[in-house]
Design a protein around this ligand. Structure first.
Ligand code: NDP
Ligand SMILES: O=C1O[C@H](COP(=O)(O)O)[C@@H](O)[C@H](O)[C@H]1O
Length: 601
């Protein structure tokens, strides 16, 4: 008996979804922009056909091995008219017709497959603020498959109409495309439903399953569960969703929100528990910073510009700074935050992910596994953070212009004697040939003077600089600095020295500036849009693999334990200030000045 495998083909057509392109991730593909389309072909074929398909990179631009040995192939869009016939003929040319079962071959076209997206924790903050608006934006941009249903699931009692009313208050339209917005919203809301249930009730999830099946109407059903719930109930929800509401004939994927544990042990326990119910390739651990436009652009900047990559090492780079600041406090999330603190909330994930993309070696390809392999390697080359290399702070109340701003511990859900840091600065090092000795400084804080996320790359001094005397004693001011402003007001600018026009010889500092708002009229999509679309597409590049997570926790767990065991008291800083002065001393120890605090930022 021949071993049989499942082959899945998706034909891509040029939809209106402009924000999405697969061209970059397809080996041998041309630079075409094409996007999600739900036309699938699923075949049960003899195993040898699988290898045939994988070799057909000209007709089938990529063949990706999926769970259970299935192969997902993406078909060249120009051939989208005849995928079934073409594939069948080509399969027949390498196998005899009796070898494959005609009955097991079925065409899952637009009318026969569906995607159900269940937002678990639909009544919560993240669902309202980010997930429903992102789903609507995808719908508005024509990026969702033809047949999709959105289900809200939570314990709160709500009717479909009440959910729709709640969701409608959060939806906005793209600034540059307001046409038919109201109409589109109504259409989207009609596809949204609600089911009330407990997170640990298989019975309640079975009821959800029944409702999903009614919407799926016998089509091949693909199901995405977005766990937008507190971490202590992740496992219950995964267990119930997987046992009682998995798809019977399509894929089932689960997006898991951070925090993924609070140290190495709890993270490993979470991974182990998740893997009781899901395979690794069904788990999509989200770090929404990876979906931000300028974070995605990091690889393009590095690997498609000749001028940057040669400079990307200890030879030319003096230090790298990863800076996150928010101009508001924990506001309503104090209960969650106090258990985690800023190092776990921002540094161990968002900033470290940016660092990994910034510092990794060139991946073999743009495939998810190749990129994630390189990220793991660089994380594993890093030295665990030392207590001496960390400064922590906590905001205290402050009155400015007659307005009084609260202290962190004024939050009712935070213990009055909490030592949880709301600010931290840290110096990290990568012990590999490229980065040996280069400090990677991180700074993250809440209730600071501004809201910003950026990467600053400070280059070395020009050796034997002919113009040294024009700079005075402050040579640092004359060095080049590359700033990648992730948010707000996305930009990439390079600080250079130039001559002030005129007869004299005065030098000036100027910015070569790629300012996104000036360069592109299109609004930048929210990170959650990109990530949701990727999860629907099965694209894992921007999600965290379990070994990445282990490596990330290994760097921070010892110092987090030490801070807690030694009950290190944070340095208090006023709400709305630039944070504790200790951050400057830490940077100074490595001859660094924070770039965001200079006169010409
Ligand atoms: N909010 C944000 O900005 C961000 C959140 N996250 C992560 O996303 C997830 C969701 O966040 P968020 O929406 O803020 O969370 P919420 O605290 O708003 O919780 C979401 C929903 O879960 C249910 N819930 C809350 N507490 C409990 C509990 N103790 N036991 C059982 N159910 C509970 C509630 O629904 P009901 O009572 O109706 O069942 C609530 O509406 C969390 O893991 C969070 O860490 C990550 C990044 C940013
Ligand atoms: O994950 C988190 O991120 C937000 C900041 O996200 P942003 O996209 O608005 O920059 C932060 O406020 C929150 O504490 C943290 O959990």
């Amino acid at each position: 008996m021949q071993q049989r495998v499942l082959v899945e083909m998706a034909t891509f057509s040029s939809t209106h979804c402009p924000s999405y392109s697969y061209s970059s991730s397809i080996k041998g593909g041309q630079n075409q922009h094409f996007a999600f389309s739900s036309s699938f072909l699923r075949l049960s074929v003899p195993a040898k056909a699988k290898f045939f398909l994988q070799s057909q990179t000209s007709s089938y631009q990529s063949a990706v091995l999926m769970q259970d040995g299935a192969v997902a192939t993406k078909v060249n869009p120009v051939e989208k008219e005849t995928p079934l016939k073409k594939l069948k003929n080509e399969l027949l040319s390498v196998t005899s017709s009796e070898e494959w079962d005609e009955k097991a071959c079925f065409d899952i076209n637009e009318n026969e497959s569906t995607v159900s997206i269940t937002v678990v924790g639909a009544s919560g903050d993240l669902a309202k603020k980010k997930i429903f608006p992102a789903l609507f934006a995808l719908y508005y941009e024509d990026c969702l498959p033809k047949h999709f249903t959105v289900y809200g699931y939570a314990r709160s009692k709500m009717t479909d109409a009440e959910l729709r009313n709640m969701v409608s208050k959060t939806l906005t339209c793209r600034i540059d495309k307001r046409e038919n917005c109201g109409e589109k919203m109504d259409q989207f809301l009609k596809r949204c439903f609600y089911h009330s249930g407990q997170y640990d009730s298989e019975e309640n999830f079975a009821q959800l399953d029944k409702k999903l099946k009614e919407h799926e109407g016998g089509r091949v059903s693909n199901r995405l569960f977005y766990l937008s719930i507190p971490p202590n109930i992740f496992i219950d929800a995964v267990k119930c969703a997987s046992l009682s509401a998995s798809s019977g004939n399509g894929w089932t994927r689960v997006i898991v929100e951070k925090p993924f544990g609070r140290d190495s042990e709890s993270s490993a326990a979470l991974t182990k528990a998740l893997k009781q119910y899901l395979a690794e390739d069904q788990i999509f651990r989200i770090d929404h910073y990876l979906g931000k436009e300028l974070v995605e652009n990091l690889s393009v900047l590095r690997f498609s510009n000749l001028i940057f990559e040669p400079l990307w090492s200890r030879q030319y780079i003096r230090n790298v700074q990863l800076i996150f600041s928010e101009d508001f406090g924990t506001e309503g999330r104090g209960g969650y935050f106090d258990h985690y603190g800023i190092i776990r909330d921002i540094m161990q994930n968002h900033l470290l992910q940016i660092l990994a993309l910034f510092a990794m070696e060139t991946p073999v390809s743009l495939d998810a596994e190749d990129i994630r392999n390189e990220k793991v390697k660089v994380l594993r080359s890093m030295r665990p953070l030392q207590l001496d290399d960390v400064v922590i702070g906590q905001y205290k109340s402050h009155t400015k212009g007659g307005i009084s701003y609260p202290a962190y511990t004024d939050d009712n859900t935070v213990p009055k004697d909490s030592l949880t840091p709301t600010f931290a600065a840290a110096a990290l090092f990568i012990d590999n040939a490229r980065w040996d000795g280069v400090p990677f400084l991180m700074k993250a804080g809440k209730a600071l003077h501004n809201k910003r996320a950026e990467i600053r790359v400070q280059f070395r001094h020009v050796p034997g600089n002919l113009y040294n005397r024009n700079f005075g004693t402050d040579l640092d001011r004359a060095t080049n600095e590359l700033v990648i402003r992730v948010q707000p007001d996305e930009a990439i600018y390079l600080k250079i020295n130039n001559k002030v026009p005129g007869l004299g010889m005065r030098l000036d500092r100027s910015n070569l500036n790629l300012h996104y708002a000036a360069r592109y009229s299109k609004e930048i999509p929210d990170a959650y849009e990109r990530l949701l679309l990727d999860a629907i597409e099965g694209e894992r590049r921007l999600f965290i693999r379990s070994d990445e997570l282990d490596a990330a926790w290994a760097l921070f767990t010892p110092v987090l334990k030490e801070l807690e065991e030694k009950k290190i008291i944070p340095e208090y800083y006023p709400y709305g200030s630039r944070g504790p002065v200790g951050a400057h001393y830490l940077a100074a120890r490595y001859n660094v000045r924070w770039g965001d605090l200079g006169v010409d930022q």
